[in-house]
Every structure is written in structure tokens, then in C-alpha cells.
Ligand binder design. Structure first.
Ligand code: FES
Length: 289
């Protein structure tokens, strides 16, 4: 039987799940089904999917949560959204989340099959060009990475130090590096991926030369940390979790840096900027320009 890709279908209506599963399986895809947000995230943690087709109208904003989780933890997975209640405003909001396609219910089998086929093709092409670019950028470091892997291979608990050292060496942990580490350590890729996703200090995305962390914990929030974050976004012209075009800065928001008495706090690399005045936010960047 042909295997055209892995697809996760998320919907809280069993009948919709069953129909999608039948249609897509018939098209040669391997299908897993999830009845809600938690099931979907558990499946995504355990397996790599080309695309996820999720109902946006799951209870408690579950559909949006699934998409956000994918964007943060499995950015290589494409998303198609289905909905019972399409409206211009909701479409605009959902498109901002970076989805590939949008299917109002009920949809004909041919529409679903066509959307899945286009999305999987797009994801595979994007993945291959991104991975080629990453391979080219990091292959000069592979010799050193192999030495690191060899040092810890077969040692219990060796994965974490390998990931730490690989991140120090390369700057982040893109999928080709994760696969190389998994192969070298003889550990399933999904397990290595799970560890990287679990610990916030590991990153699958490249970071800027200077990493800016804005604390949005309660003590900082009440002292206008949100305003500081907004100004930094405007000055750098990036959003949270993004990197400036010149690769100098990346921007993150965090929950309590453990320095509440110094609120509002911004940390740049290893420097703590205390009692930051939102009006003078740009001043804290001067030393890093
Ligand atoms: S809330 Fe910002 S450091 Fe604690």
C-alpha cells in the first residue's frame, strides 16, 4: 500500500473523525485521530506528522491551542483548519496563526483529499529546502558533534549533555541535528524530540546573537512589562519567538525570572536590566547594537 504521509485529524465529533479517516486512508495516508486538544498534543509528542487537520471549534479554544502548540513545538507540521462556523473575522484570525488551508464543514471527500495532498506536498518541499539550507550551514560542525556523541554514547543520562553541547556548538537544535544525535546515540528520534520540546532551554529555532527575555510575570506585568515588550517588538520589527533579519536579536517572553524585587526585568544574554523604564526601552539595546 502506498504511504503518502502521516496525518493527524483532530475533531470532537466521532462521525467527522471517522469520515476523514476513511477518506484519507483511501488516499494512501497513515491516519491518527484525536478527539480533543489533549489527545492531539499527546499524539504530536509521540509522532511526527506531515500535517494536522484540526477542528478550530474544539471546546475551550482547543483548536487554537493545538495550532499554537504545533507552531512552538513542531513547526515542521502543517495545519489545515476545519470549522462549522466560518466568518470573515474568524478566518482572518486563524490565518494569522500560519495555517495552510481552511475548510468550512461539511466538505466533500474530494475537497479534503485535494487540500491534504497540496498541504503535504508543500510541507515536504519546504522541509527539504529548509533541511538542505540547515545541512549546509551546520555540516562544518558535524565532525565536532560526532566527537560529542561518541563521548556520551551508551552512558545512562548521556542525551541531555549531548543536546546541551550540541546547542552550544551549533546555536540551536534543528531537525537534521536531532536526527543525527538520535542515530548516533541509538535513541528513537521521537524520544530525542520529546526531550528537546520538554526543556525550555533547548531551542529548535535559531537564536539571535543577543537573546532578549522580557519577564511577563505578575510583578513585572503590573509595572508595565507588556508595554516594554510591545516597544521592543516595534523597535526590532519582530514578534516574540522571532529573530531580526540581521540575526542580531531574538525576542522571548518568560514567566518570572526570580528577581521580582527588580521589576520590571529584561534580561539580555547574561545581563539583567532592572526597573526598566518603558519610555526608555530603546536605551537598554544601546550596548548591544
Ligand atoms: S515577575 Fe518578573 S521577575 Fe518575577
Amino acid at each position: 500500500m502506498t504511504h503518502n504521509g502521516n496525518i493527524l485529524v483532530v475533531d470532537d465529533e466521532p462521525e467527522v473523525l471517522k469520515n476523514c479517516e476513511n477518506i484519507l486512508r483511501h488516499e494512501g495516508y497513515s491516519i491518527d485521530c484525536a478527539a480533543g486538544k489533549n489527545d492531539a498534543i499527546a499524539s504530536l509528542q509521540n509522532k511526527d506528522y506531515d500535517i494536522a487537520i484540526t477542528d478550530i471549534d474544539l471546546p475551550e479554544s482547543g483548536g487554537v491551542e493545538v495550532i499554537k502548540w504545533i507552531n512552538n513545538s513542531k513547526p515542521g507540521t502543517g495545519v489545515i483548519v476545519t470549522t462549522d462556523s466560518p466568518s470573515q473575522d474568524s478566518i482572518k484570525e486563524i490565518i494569522k496563526l500560519g495555517i495552510l488551508d481552511y475548510l468550512p464543514k461539511p466538505f466533500a471527500p474530494v475537497i479534503l483529499a485535494d487540500a491534504a495532498s497540496k498541504a503535504v506536498k508543500f510541507i515536504r518541499e519546504r522541509q527539504s529546502s529548509e533541511e538542505n539550507a540547515v545541512e549546509t550551514a551546520v555540516e562544518s560542525k558535524y565532525g565536532e558533534l560526532e566527537k560529542i556523541i561518541a563521548r556520551y554514547r551508551g552512558i545512562g543520562g548521556g542525551l541531555i549533555p549531548v543536546l546541551q553541547k550540541a546547542q552550544e556548538l551549533i546555536g540551536y537544535l534543528p531537525p537534521p541535528v536531532i536526527r543525527k544525535i538520535a542515530k548516533g546515540m541509538n535513541i528513537p528520534v521521537a524520544e530525542v524530540h520529546g526531550v528537546v520540546s520538554f526543556y525550555s532551554f533547548f531551542s529548535m529555532k535559531p537564536k539571535g546573537k543577543h537573546v532578549i527575555k522580557v519577564c511577563l510575570g505578575t510583578a513585572c506585568y503590573v509595572k508595565r512589562a507588556e508595554e516594554i515588550l510591545q516597544k521592543l517588538k516595534e523597535i526590532l520589527n519582530i514578534d516574540v519567538e522571532e529573530i531580526t533579519e540581521d540575526m542580531r536579536f531574538s525576542l522571548e517572553s518568560v514567566r518570572c525570572l526570580g528577581a521580582c524585587g527588580l521589576a520590571p526585568v529584561v534580561v539580555i544574554d547574561n545581563d539583567t536590566h532592572a526597573s526598566v523604564n518603558p519610555v526608555k526601552t530603546s536605551d537598554i539595546l544601546a550596548a548591544y547594537e
